[in-house]
Design a protein around this ligand. Structure first.
Ligand code: GRF
Length: 188
């Protein structure tokens, strides 16, 4: 079975949705010692690796990540709320093998706090984007978008919950599709 690693910095609800849906061995990489995603990994019995960034070059932290992934035969990197940009070298190493999810319909609302900014701007349509990763922030070829229309008077909290529900449905499916293609030799 093709193996994957999830890179996450925060709550880890997407990590959980993916890890719970796949049985082959996976790995969590996290750059924050206090991130709740680490507790989720412990509960699911998924190996977790903390990677330190402060006080060293970003490329050094990335080299540690790539070495850990290669040692475990990881073939797909799944970013799920990983709050770091990568060097060109890391992006090239994992080109076509690295996915990200964003809680907005890119290219609209890249960056952080997208749902709230979109809501406050008066948008009526919300959604998610799953895309391959290139050097930009929330750029790269789009794999899938799903959207919905906000109900009249619907509060921000409800819109946020619907966006996250879409993420938890679609990210495991797209990851599974990539893993199957890699395993079957159908992805270069
Ligand atoms: C998600 O909304 C994802 O789209 C964005 O960061 C958030 C991560 O949430 N990139 P979680 O840590 O998976 O709960």
């Amino acid at each position: 079975m093709a193996r994957f690693a999830v890179l996450a910095s925060g709550s880890g609800s997407n990590f959980q949705a993916i890890a719970a849906s796949r049985h082959e061995s996976s790995l969590l990489v996290c750059d924050r010692k206090a991130a709740p995603v680490l507790e989720r990994a412990a509960k699911l019995g998924v190996e977790a690796l903390y990677v330190k960034y402060p006080g060293r070059e970003r490329a050094e932290a990335e080299a540690e990540i790539t070495a850990a992934l290669e040692a475990r035969g990881v073939e797909l990197v799944i970013l799920a709320g990983y709050m770091r940009l990568f060097t060109e070298g890391f992006v090239e190493r994992w080109k076509g093998r690295m996915l990200n999810i964003h809680p907005a319909l890119l290219p609209a609302w890249p960056g952080t706090d997208s749902i709230r900014r979109s809501f406050e701007a008066g948008d009526e349509r919300f959604g998610i984007t799953i895309h391959e990763v290139d050097r930009g922030m929330d750029t790269g070829p789009v794999v899938l978008q799903r959207s919905f229309r906000k109900e009249p008077g619907e509060p921000l909290e409800s819109v946020e919950a619907r966006v996250h529900a879409l993420e938890h449905i679609w990210y495991p499916r797209i990851a599974a599709g990539f893993l199957d293609e890699i395993e079957g030799g159908r992805r270069a």
